[in-house]
Design a protein around this ligand. Sequence first.
Ligand code: TNX
Length: 750
Amino acid sequence: MNLIRHFSALAALILCLTATMPGARATDITPAPLSAEIGAPCLPIPEAPAYRTNMNAADLTDLKAYLPSYPLKLRQANYGERPWLTINVDSCAAMGPEAYLLTVSDSGVTVTAADAAGAFYGLQSLAMLARDSDSLPAANITDAPRLPYRGAHMDVSRHFFGIDHIMKQLDLLAAYKINRLHWHLTDSEGWRLEIPSRPLLTELAAWRPQRLYSDWRKAGRRYCPRDSAGAYGGYYTADDVRRVVEYARLRHITVIPEIEMPGHSAEVCAAYPELACSGKPYTQGEVCIGREETFDFFKDVLDEVMRLFPSHYIHIGGDEASRRHWRQCPMCQQRIREEGLGDEAGLQSYMIRRIEAYVNSHGRDIIGWDEILDGGLAPHATVMSWRNVDGGIRAARMGHDAIMTPEEFCYLDHPQDDPSTQPKAFGSPVTLFKAYSFDPAPDSLGTDVARHIIGVQGNNWAEYIPTPEHSEYMLYPRIIALAEVGWSQPARKDETSFRRRINDEIRHIRSIGYNAFTLSPRVAFTQDVDYARRCILVSMATERHPADIRYTTDGSEPTASSPLYTGPVSIEGSATVTARIFQPDSLPGPCTRIRADYHKAIGCSVVYADSCGYYRDRKVYMAGGDSALTDGLRGGKTYTDGRWQGFCPNSLDVTIDLGSVTEVSHVMANFMQMRTPLIFLPASVDIWASTDGKHYRLLGHDEPEGSEAEADACFTELGWHGDPEPARYIRFRATQGRRQFMFTDEIVIL
Ligand code: TNX
């Protein structure tokens, strides 16, 4: 029956899609609805619009409890009064969960849904149509989510955020139809949930002498008693949790608690050292799996968690455990032998399976980070795929559900623009449009696999997020891009429309008190190569709207009368392209520049010295393989864009054959430094030239400047520039400073 209902709903929706009126105006509803016909303004919005609904008593009570947060001041229609808004909830309606129909005509507004969540989402879309206006346009909107799980994650361990901050975010997340809050409650930087039977978790392990995570790390990662002077931290009481859970429920958001195990647990071992292999505090970040006490502990914790959180899913972490201590621990080794677990990966998986069985025995299911696939997946687990999408796909192929949250697209703790312009953040940039481009369940996976991919989530890890304002800055607007990724059908996603809508959303949410990032004021460049015409094609983009891009190719600063960018600019030979944006009512944006060179080495062969190897086992770090350094393709601001080649742990040492002896006056490569993902500039570079491939002479030596070497994030060119020298072979060596990662995109020879 349910299935039939689903199919007929789908058929109805497809009909609606094809029936969209030609010439209909684009909607301003975000995430983009399945289908929308929007006409001319037709219905005035009264001061206090009256609604009538057939909702059941429980749903109506919930709606009334929510309405004070709703942008329109709705009131229930009086007896006999004609309502402005009718909300129909009909469980027999041919619609799936969370779906709704919204119609506006001159006689009123109707929201129809099969469940209260659908009605709630209809109201959210209505609020967007009504925003900043005194009348509504005629509208006929049919909408349904693409994926059932649309999540936002909040890390409250690395820095602590009070429940007011959490509830403020729930208001906005719900407006964008996000329906899960993944609450990362425990980690080595602080335990945040009161557990009555384990008081030291919140008397000690929720507090530290230093406010900032980075200071605390440097000072040796110690906790301090709650009442010590200057203690920073905090935790949630049962009452706090109940308030958040209820506040979220009224907004159709399920709060999924995460209790990390067996890794990311240094705070547990500090409060209860008997759970560490050594029996001592501050010795390890993973609990001992050999001891029964560890299981007793997590059972106590999970009992309280399941008492407080009605969520069907309990997230048990499972990521990034070091297995070093288990290898040396007699009790862990004994467990491995007795249970026939093979090795430490098997031991970790044993713990997750035992915990899963406990959670299952209470009628709940677990979610774990993708590392829970190692050593054998627990039978009913849902996998949250963070390192990339592979773990999620692997789980889905095995018939398990998966939630996609790959770092490359979904990590909101990464900078959202050129890192040198942003507050310190983790890893490589995840721009708004990078997040927007993510497809968690592409058709290419096939329906059997794709149907197990139940959702997508943005993760806001808080190592470098010390304040609520900063947390909002990282969340918005990227979480809205991910809301559209999760809600809207791929065919409804459209960068141009999203750029327009998101700029409006940012203005709006800033006006109601959220500290959203206002998007990059800088032009972003991409370079492509036209090998046949021997030129570089420079594309330019802006995240802002409305905005014109103007550019020059002679090094001068663009003015309002410089050429307007309308499509890729071709550069023959070498040029510096300078561009900036012009927006109405504001000063021109900062200039950004790139050099484009159709240089002498493009297409030439490169020999990698035996001592050096690019990082072949990681697809994303090898860019174009052996031709990456001479393919003319320059990297952007992120090392995962497929154009940067990574070297680890060895140095870069290559020889380029220009084909015949030619005059060379410039040999340069661009390098990046990003400290948090351990990417460093080389310590130095050396360049040699040869005409015969046997005898080499040194052309130059270069080193980064001190300020660059110290920078958290920077890009710099290193190489040689001088009087023309005859050369056929150029050897370029960049020596690692730290034996970590080193990335370059191209060796430019002029
Ligand atoms: C990896 S994602 C982690 C977190 C960090 C995050 C920083 C995951 C399961 N583990 O503990 O905060 O990277 O981006």
